[in-house]
Design a protein. Structure first.
Length: 194
């Protein structure tokens, strides 16, 4: 069981990276990845929200929605759980780290509508993952998001002072970097085959 959970963690973080292979959560990935500290803060917030949302959604689905025949409400119920968790993160950051709260700006409340967060909760339910598997899948996915956004921020910080041709400055350079990162992360799929 421990080996399976470890493989799920590695697979969701690296091989099936939510941003670089599934292309979910692109908005905060591109918008917040200008600074490594800010990207790490967003990554931490996403880890908290996805992991707790996976746990709560699993319990909510199993013990309430399924039990009372309300499974058709899962999307609405999961969005409410996610919105509540994002509000907790917002309140915490506003008090504990006002500079990070300000740096994340509009992208912090957008975690509520981040398709990666909702996608993990829905995938866990559709895959019929048990509670532990749901939490590990959520945590692995969130770690993968954090790894991707921090790497992107590091590359963007280092390449900011480089001399690019005018046509590649700004958004084209960021998209090319994301493309190259996606190709690099695709190399981890050899781990699954080997």
């Amino acid at each position: 069981m421990a080996k399976t959970l470890f493989l799920v963690l590695i697979t969701t973080a690296l091989i099936n990276n939510v941003v670089l292979s599934q292309f979910l959560g692109i908005c905060p990935f591109l918008g917040v990845s200008r600074n490594v500290k800010t990207a790490a803060g967003m990554g931490g917030a996403v880890i908290f929200v996805i992991t707790i949302a996976s746990a709560v959604s699993s319990l909510l689905y199993t013990y309430v929605l399924e039990k009372f025949g309300l499974t058709y409400l899962k999307t609405i119920a999961f969005i409410m759980v996610i919105a509540f968790l994002v509000q907790l993160v917002e309140l915490f950051l506003k008090k504990a780290s006002p500079s990070l709260y300000k740096a994340l700006g509009v992208f912090l409340p957008l975690i509520t509508t981040n398709c990666a967060v909702l996608g993990v909760a829905l995938t866990n339910v559709q895959s019929e993952n048990n509670f532990v598997m749901s939490v590990v899948t959520g945590f692995g996915t969130a770690v993968g998001f954090m790894v991707a956004i921090v790497i992107m921020a590091g590359v963007r910080e280092r390449s900011e002072l480089n001399d690019f041709p005018k046509a590649f400055k700004g958004t084209p350079a960021v998209l090319m970097t994301a493309c190259l990162m996606s190709i690099a992360f695709n190399g981890f799929s050899a781990l699954a085959l080997g």
